[in-house]
Design a protein around this ligand. Structure first.
Ligand SMILES: [Cu+2]
Length: 296
């Protein structure tokens, strides 16, 4: 009996030391957390014969008109997440006689995660003007360069809570100055509006050609939120949207004093403070020609 106990202790010591040495010999990285936890898959892209698959995700599981943030995960055949990939993509809408892309950013790595991200400001939804969206995706991992071309993607329209009335979340406009430039203003936040002061953010892009829409810096969006159903009342303590050079976005504050339908009237001003588009709301003029809609 006693001898068996000694044997057992001996084996325990051996097993423990093997386990320890296995640990210390393993120079590989610690197991990483799942980088796509909490995200919903939109679709996969994989070039024929490629050892890698790129999967597109975001919070909702779909692309939509206006602002859509997206994430990309790159996996190998064993499902391991690749953290040194380089991705680029080109969305294009085919409208028969005419093709165009949409305002967007480069695809960049998310710090500390095997995940990549960008956003799109989709100018149109799938089916609008009989158009269809296609996506070209190029991905590089080490020496492997693969691409997927002309993958059809679906971009959904955006509705008010009734599910049928369109909600304005993006507005292309032609500046009322001699430049005649086309700008695209995109509402980003509030993504989850609440009663009280909300962060409001927006992008402004300028159209250089059908495929090129750089972000515009140092403009201003004057903000006047109104409730048309309640004598067009406004709210106190709103803050105009100004350029945040770090995040390359326009930031302000919008105060929703109650739930319901709000029209966010805006005036677009250039670096010199000259009005390029939009108008003040008055007793006679119920809305600006530049506005977004929020309802909650
Ligand atoms: Cu289009």
């Amino acid at each position: 009996m006693k001898r068996n106990i000694y044997t057992l202790i001996l084996w325990s010591v051996i097993i423990a030391s093997v386990a320890v040495s296995c640990d210390s010999d393993d120079d590989g990285p610690a197991p990483v957390e799942n980088p796509v936890e909490g995200l919903v898959k939109i679709r996969e892209f994989s070039a024929a014969g490629s050892p890698y698959t790129v999967t597109l995700y975001n919070e909702s599981g779909y692309l939509q008109l206006g602002y859509t943030r997206v994430y990309f995960a790159v996996t190998d055949r064993d499902g391991r997440f690749i953290d040194n990939a380089v991705l680029s993509a080109f969305p294009e809408m085919d409208m028969g006689m005419h093709k165009h892309s949409t305002p967007r950013a480069e695809i960049t790595k998310v710090a500390g995660k095997a995940l990549y991200e960008t956003y799109y400001s989709f100018l149109m939804y799938s089916g609008q003007g009989n158009g269809k969206w296609y996506y070209d995706l190029k991905y590089t991992v080490g020496n492997v360069v693969d691409s997927v071309l002309d993958a059809e993607i679906e971009v959904r329209n955006v509705f008010r809570p009734d599910g049928t009335t369109e909600r304005r979340v993006i507005q292309p406009l032609v500046a009322n100055d001699e430049s005649g430039q086309t700008y695209i203003v995109t509402l980003v936040e509030p993504l989850k509006p609440k009663i009280g002061v909300n962060d409001i953010t927006a992008y402004i892009h300028v159209r250089e050609d059908a495929n090129t829409f750089p972000a515009v810096a140092n403009f201003r969006l004057k903000l006047d939120p109104r409730m048309p159903s309640m004598e067009n009342h406004s709210s106190p303590n709103n803050v105009d949207l100004t350029w945040d050079a770090t995040d390359k976005i326009y930031r302000g504050k919008v105060n929703f004093t109650m739930t319901g339908y709000w029209k966010l009237n805006l005036i677009l001003q250039n670096q010199q403070g000259e009005t390029l588009y939009g108008n003040a709301v008055t007793d006679e003029v119920e809305a600006s020609s530049l506005f977004f809609e929020v309802e909650f």
